[in-house]
Design a protein around this ligand. Structure first.
Ligand code: RTP
Ligand code: MG
Length: 131
């Protein structure tokens, strides 16, 4: 997902370019937005964390881009490409290093397991929206 900060800062094109040039194939893509309820559902795993309320408010604050990506070793390689959760700690050249401003507004989300990628892909896309 490209988060609301990166969408409103005009980074959709640059981020998708970096993703595809890093060998990921886009198999589903849409510009949409999340209600607070849907954002809360998406990040339900963090419900007990202190940052949950801020996270839900931020993720429902503006348009986002959702995508399903394919690549060998996609989960690990994508997390390497996006960099650390806190952009101040993200390696130079990573998406969060280049486009994120803070740990809250950190430009992109990546699934953390194959299982969650399937769940999160189905959260945004029906079968006929995937190529
Ligand atoms: P994401 O799920 O968005 O790809 O990020 P992540 O795996 O790198 O980090 P995660 O631990 O899953 O946390 C989800 C999002 O919550 C915000 N967060 N804030 N203030 C804090 O200590 C804190 N920790 C996490 C971040 O925006 C993070 O992306
Ligand atoms: Mg996460």
């Amino acid at each position: 997902m490209i988060k609301p900060d990166a969408v409103s800062n005009g980074h959709i094109g640059a981020i998708l370019d970096k993703i595809t040039k890093s060998g990921f194939k886009i198999v589903a893509l849409k510009l949409t937005s999340l209600s607070a309820e849907k954002a809360g559902e998406f990040y339900a795993v963090h419900k007990e964390r202190g940052f949950y309320k801020d996270l839900v408010a931020f993720m429902s604050s503006g348009p986002i881009v959702a995508a399903i990506l394919e690549k060998d070793n996609a989960i690990e390689d994508f997390r390497k490409l996006i960099g650390a959760t806190d952009p101040a700690k993200a390696e130079p050249g990573t998406i969060r290093n280049l486009f994120a401003k803070s740990i809250d507004a950190n430009a992109v989300h990546g699934s953390d397991s194959d299982e969650n990628a399937e769940i999160e892909g189905s959260f945004f896309f029906s079968a006929f929206e995937r190529v």
